[in-house]
Design a protein around this ligand. Structure first.
Ligand SMILES: *Cc1c(COP(=O)(O)O)cnc(C)c1O
Length: 379
């Protein structure tokens, strides 16, 4: 058995260290926020419009619409395609709650298709079998920063007249055969939650599209469906992005490629060091579609919970993304699913663990993680 001795001489390695990033950009960010404060223009406006252009260009899209969160990006995207109660949306059970939650909030029904156990992304081979006359859309998630297999998904969607909404919350700048996350489906949804690769100082999100009608619809819905002000064409909501968030995000966007390169470098370093230590750490599988941005570096172990406790005792931060797949969530009991329905997702929920991969990790920190793993397996 393992003893959970703490090793006081070990380097503490948090799962994420936002202070390191902030410290490096402090002056630039304060100047940008100061600009907004001096203008006293806090909601939408020129900073948000500039960010919309910049994120759209970065994501190879024509339009970007800044919204209040990644969750609201998904919700407003589904509203823009007129999702009606009883409509079905095909998605993955192994994701953050917002993916399925946004569908259910509009009265829609999430129809789950199990993941490819290697990539943890929806397996397109299972999609056609669950299409019904009520199917309206497919919502693939680019989990952990690696894109879902979009070619077959788009082919199926086209054949059946379905809309594709990419949940790209974890995948800004990720690529699939040279195309960027958020630019392949009809709509792309991004999150600027602080722990995402491009994170704000609070909540924020963006919807991207190449379709001018959809862009217009999202824009309308974002501001209570009003056009002009106080004349409401449709019932929307307050899904607006703050100018202060946009100002912070615009500064950070200039560094995003550098940070992505550092994440990729850290991922590669783990691969080298685990190989050198002959530790089978259940490393993430890069399917080779293109740029993987490693929002998370997720390993797999049959003894995940013991490993997690051991790493914690050695001051190494980890997290389980996600412990309960969507089909087994209490709030979705009405969907009538049971344990065993999506076995790859259930297995992933039991066995995966995210370890630190953030850009500012030092080589000593990466070595400390690998050393702790080795000790766990030797103990
Ligand atoms: C973070 C996340 C969201 C929601 O984004 P918020 O900005 O936190 O609302 C949606 N889907 C996935 C896959 C996410 O990781």
């Amino acid at each position: 058995m393992h003893t959970l001795q703490t090793n006081e001489s070990a380097t503490p390695v948090p799962l994420l260290d936002l202070k390191a990033q902030y410290t490096a950009l402090r002056d630039e960010i304060h100047a940008a926020m100061g600009r907004v404060i001096e203008s006293q223009h806090f909601i939408l406006g020129p900073e948000v419009e500039a960010l919309e252009r910049e994120v759209a260009a970065y994501s190879h899209c024509k339009y970007g619409i800044g919204v209040s969160s990644g969750t609201d990006a998904l919700l407003v995207a589904l509203m823009a395609i007129d999702l009606q109660p009883g409509d079905e949306v095909i998605t993955t059970p192994y994701t953050f709650f917002a993916t399925a939650g946004s569908i259910v909030r509009l009265g829609g029904r999430p129809v789950f298709v199990d993941i490819d156990p290697r990539t943890y992304n929806i397996d397109p081979a299972g999609i056609e079998a669950v299409i019904t006359p009520r199917t309206k859309a497919i919502m693939p998630v680019h989990l952990f920063g690696q894109m879902a297999d979009m070619d077959p998904i788009m082919a199926i969607a086209e054949q059946h007249g379905l809309t594709v909404i990419e949940d790209a919350a974890q995948a800004i700048g990720a690529e699939y055969k040279g195309r960027r996350a958020g630019s392949i489906g009809h709509l792309g949804c991004f999150s600027f939650f602080p722990s995402k690769n491009l994170g704000g100082f609070g909540d924020g999100g963006m919807v991207t599209t190449n379709d001018s009608d959809l862009a217009d619809k999202v824009k309308l819905l974002r501001g209570h469906g009003a056009r002009p002000k106080y004349y409401h064409k449709v019932v929307g909501g307050n899904f607006r992005l703050d100018a202060l968030q946009a100002a912070v995000l615009r500064v950070k966007l200039n560094y995003l490629d550098e940070w992505t390169a550092a994440r990729q470098c850290n991922a590669e370093r783990y691969r080298q060091l685990f190989a050198a230590a002959s530790v089978d750490a259940g490393l993430p599988y890069d399917v080779g579609f293109g740029r993987h941005i490693y929002n998370q570096f997720v390993i797999r172990s049959e003894r995940r919970d013991a490993l997690m406790a051991y790493l914690k005792a050695h001051q190494i931060g980890t997290e389980i993304y996600y412990p309960v797949p969507m089909h087994l969530q209490e709030c979705f009991a009405e969907l009538g699913h049971r344990s065993g329905d999506f076995s790859f997702s259930e297995s992933a929920a039991l066995h995966t663990l995210a370890i630190p991969v953030y850009p500012e990790l030092s080589d000593d920190m990466i070595k400390a993680v690998v050393t702790a793993f080795s000790q766990f397996w030797e103990a």
